[in-house]
Design a protein around this ligand. Sequence first.
Ligand SMILES: [Zn+2]
Ligand SMILES: [Zn+2]
Length: 175
Amino acid sequence: MDYDTYGSNAVELAIDLANTERDGEWAPAFLRAHDEWFTPETALDLSPAEARRAAATADLVRAVAVAGSQEEVIARLNELLALARPHPYATDHDGELHLHFARPDAPALEQLTTTVAMGLSQVVAQHGWQRLGVCSAEGCDDVYVDTSRNASRRYCSNTCASRSTVAAYRARRKA
Ligand SMILES: [Zn+2]
Ligand SMILES: [Zn+2]
């Protein structure tokens, strides 16, 4: 899996969005924390209605990641893609020539939704929907994209992986 492509980076944006806790001003805070995805002039403030649409996008990303069949994945991906307004353009804003999926003068919500939908779809179409999953650690339901060579990932993060290893070790010792 080529991890250096824009598509893979965009899927990380999708995963981050799905895993973000939604309290208070979470939506503009999320945009500011990921401002490298937005054209510099973009206003990163979202109205409450736009924040609700960002939440709906996040829910759809999660729905794709937890889906149990290809049929389900396709249906949910298409729901997500219906929110996207792709308008690819080439840029080297970070020094490297690459593509962005949303038009540069689109409002923040449109840039977000389009980038997330296209990034997620691209990874699923190229690498298979089994690459997306939900963390197996107890008490964690974060979603992840599996970029490991042999598709063996089960946890959202190293923290959850080592927490589960320790718990399994303790359980074995008790037994
Ligand atoms: Zn870029
Ligand atoms: Zn986790």
